[in-house]
Design a protein around this ligand. Sequence first.
Ligand code: GLN
Length: 493
Amino acid sequence: MTNLNEFTITEARNAIVKGDIKAVELTKACIEAMDGAKDSNAFITKTPDLALERALVSDERIAKGESRSALEGIPIAIKDLYCTKGVLTTAASHILDGFVPTYESTVTKNLKNSGSVMTGKTNLDEFAMGSANVTSYYGPVKSPWKLDDGKDRVPGGSSGGSAVAVAAHLSLGAIGTDTGGSIRQPASFCGIVGMKPTYGRCSRWGTIAFASSLDQAGPMTKTVRDAAIMLQCMAGHDPKDSTSVPRAVPDFEAAITGDVRGLKVGIPKEYVIDGAPEEISEIWKKGADMFRDAGAQIVDITLPHTKYALPAYYIVAPAEASSNLSRYDGVRYGLRVPGNSLDEMYANTRGEGFGEEVQRRILIGAYVLSAGYYDAYYVKAQQVRSCIAEDFTKAFQEVDVILTPTAPSTAFAIGEKMDDPIAMYMNDVFTVPASLAGLPCVSVPGGMGNDGLPLGLHLISKPFDEETLFCAADVLERQANFTTQPRGWGRKR
Ligand code: GLN
């Protein structure tokens, strides 16, 4: 018998519907697993009492036949970037010390209203800036994937805690946020599914802002079907976020038909990068073969501006971050470090409250927005962004989805790349272009690297065509048949 925390959302939903298990049992199994995985540092705040309370209410609704959705009674972990009413919310930053929101973000409210059970708030890179979950004020997160060299692996970032919560079976699903790859890259490192919907599909209201024109909420799950189920409950128009799009939310699960015959899958030649290990092109080729075997058509395409995506992202994202983070001044939120004048108090608070990476981004952002450099950097980066979006528009006249690797490597050891920001930024080379174009995309476990750690495959689809994306990703998942489990925590068997 599988431990309950090892269920997929789909399995748990079916067992709940049949009356075989109760939400309370499921939640207890997750709480126990979380307690056994303290070493992972995946959670900043655990909410076991609240979870049991919500699970009990779920069981009552289920007993009365008043189940609210497929997520009724399902334990879900929440990245600590979402404001949760009455529950500490930190963005993994010292500057938000003691911040307990008086309001609930729209996405977590939607999840709550769908009957799901929040298990806690997961660790992340400070303000979601990072690719390894090593910039958190609360310390690094350790991946459950272990090798024999005694070194702990990073889970990827910035949604590293959420990725570990799912990979190590501490919750059945989790939510992350993705600005340039923060859902998909940790999903690749941890051997799980991570999905970023179209920009505007989910409300950003109440989610702590990093780069507002890029930030999107998304599910992190054990299977593609689970991601479809979760997104169904997260998405929807929100009058409180003017960038959330007033479109009906289609039935994502119904789009998973198992049939990709005739689907056109684009392979962009610009995603072959110098110096990437052989295993990356191998897994990519395997992915194309899997689609071919399933009856899809492989089409070579070109996205000519791809090489400018990463530099453009590292101008646009810090620019928006420098503006968004100006609100943390020691007056309105969290930490205050006194000084002899108001200016000194601001400087002391921001100097102590923000970590090194966040300060680096604020400096870059302020620089590229400054009067003398605005045209040369920020305006240029926005122009490049338009070119990248146009490349995709053209490509999607020929193909339905685009297949690429998710990340240029498997997970590295904690401590590596930390003194080399550029090497760290390279992690996002495959995920950033779709972010700049606002496109829906997903990472699916594709196989193992030579070192015995997971590697993801990345699919991108047309704006608001999450249905095709889920359908294609589900077929890829079946073909790849990734069943290996990590050694660390969470599993008793
Ligand atoms: N790693 C990228 C960065 O540090 C992306 C982060 C994210 O998507 N939140 O900006």
